[in-house]
Write a protein that binds this ligand. Structure first.
Ligand code: ADP
Ligand code: MG
Length: 251
C-alpha cells in the first residue's frame, strides 16, 4: 500500500477505494479522488448521495470503514495520526455556522489557534483581525454572533476555519442555509480564496458557482463518483444518464 512518503508532492488529497457504512447502510461505495495543490473541486449530486459523508471522512469527522485517505501528507486511516494535527491542516465550513454565541467574533476565531497551536492571545487576536479584514468584517471583531446576519456569520466561520492556516479548505453547502440575498457575499469570499490558490473541495448546490470557480466537478450519486470532469464539459455535455437527469432538474 501507498504510504505518506509516496504521496506525490503536488497531490493534497488522495482517496482510494473509500467505503463508509453506517450500520448496514453502505453510504460510500468505493470512492477514488485526487485533488492537486491549488485545485478547486466542486462536488454535486442528489441529497443523500454521500457528499457530506465524503467530506467528513477527509478530516476524520467520520471513521472510515475501508480504503485509504491521505490528506496533506497525513494518512487519516492510521490510528496513530493525531486528529487535531489533521484538522490544523484542513479547515471546514458547514451549512450551519456553529459559532459560539457567548464569545465575540474575534474570540471565536482566536479559539483554535490559542488552544491547539499555542499561539499567544495577542498573536491570535492580530491574526483574527487580519482574517476579518479579508472577509470584510473588521468592524465586527467585538460583536456577538447573534447580532450578525447569516451571511456575516458564515464569513466569520470562514475566517475561523482559516485561522489555523490550513492547506486545504472543505465547504459543505456553505450557502444553503442563507437567505438568497446573502449568498453572493459568501460566494465572493469563497471565490477570493479559490483565486488565492487555496486547495478546496466544495460541496455545493450553486451550479453556476461550481461552473465558474471549479477546476473540476465531481457528480456523486448513490455513494459513487458517477462522472467527473471539467465544468464546461460536465455541465455542457454530461455523458452519464444520471448526470443528465440530475442536471435537468437543477439547472
Ligand atoms: P448528502 O450530503 O449527499 O446529502 P450524506 O452524506 O449526508 O449525503 O448522507 C448519505 C447517507 O448517509 C444518508 O442515507 C444518511 O442518512 C446517511 N448518514 C449520514 N450521516 C449519518 C450518521 N451519522 N449516522 C447514520 N447515517 C448517516
Ligand atoms: Mg450533505
Amino acid at each position: 500500500m501507498s504510504t505518506v512518503t509516496e504521496q506525490s508532492s503536488n497531490v493534497k488529497i488522495q482517496v482510494k477505494d473509500l467505503h463508509k457504512s453506517f450500520g448496514s447502510n453502505n453510504v460510500l461505495k468505493g470512492i477514488d479522488m485526487d485533488v492537486r495543490e491549488g485545485e478547486v473541486v466542486c462536488v454535486i449530486g442528489p441529497s443523500g448521495s454521500g457528499k457530506s459523508t465524503l467530506l467528513r471522512c477527509l478530516n476524520k469527522l467520520e471513521d472510515i470503514t475501508s480504503g485509504q485517505v491521505i490528506v496533506d501528507g497525513f494518512d487519516v486511516t492510521d490510528p496513530k495520526v493525531d486528529i487535531n494535527e489533521v484538522r490544523r491542516h484542513v479547515g471546514m465550513v458547514f451549512q450551519h455556522f456553529n459559532l459560539f454565541p457567548h464569545m465575540t467574533v474575534a474570540e471565536n476565531i482566536m479559539l483554535a489557534p490559542v488552544e491547539l497551536k499555542k499561539m499567544s492571545k495577542s498573536q491570535a487576536r492580530e491574526r483574527a483581525l487580519e482574517l476579518l479584514e479579508r472577509v470584510g468584517l473588521r468592524d465586527k471583531a467585538n460583536a456577538r454572533p447573534a447580532s450578525l446576519s447569516g451571511g456575516q456569520k458564515q464569513r466569520v466561520a470562514i475566517a475561523r476555519a482559516l485561522a489555523m492556516a490550513p492547506g486545504i479548505m472543505l465547504f459543505d453547502e456553505a450557502t444553503s442555509a442563507l437567505d438568497p440575498e446573502m449568498v453572493g457575499e459568501v460566494l465572493q469570499v469563497i471565490k477570493e480564496l479559490a483565486d488565492s490558490g487555496m486547495t478546496m473541495v466544495l460541496v455545493t448546490h450553486e451550479m453556476g458557482f461550481a461552473r465558474e470557480v471549479g477546476d473540476r466537478v465531481i457528480f456523486m450519486a448513490d455513494g459513487v463518483v458517477c462522472e467527473q470532469g471539467d465544468p464546461e464539459q460536465l455541465f455542457g455535455n454530461p455523458q452519464q444518464e444520471r448526470t443528465q437527469d440530475f442536471l435537468s432538474k437543477v439547472l
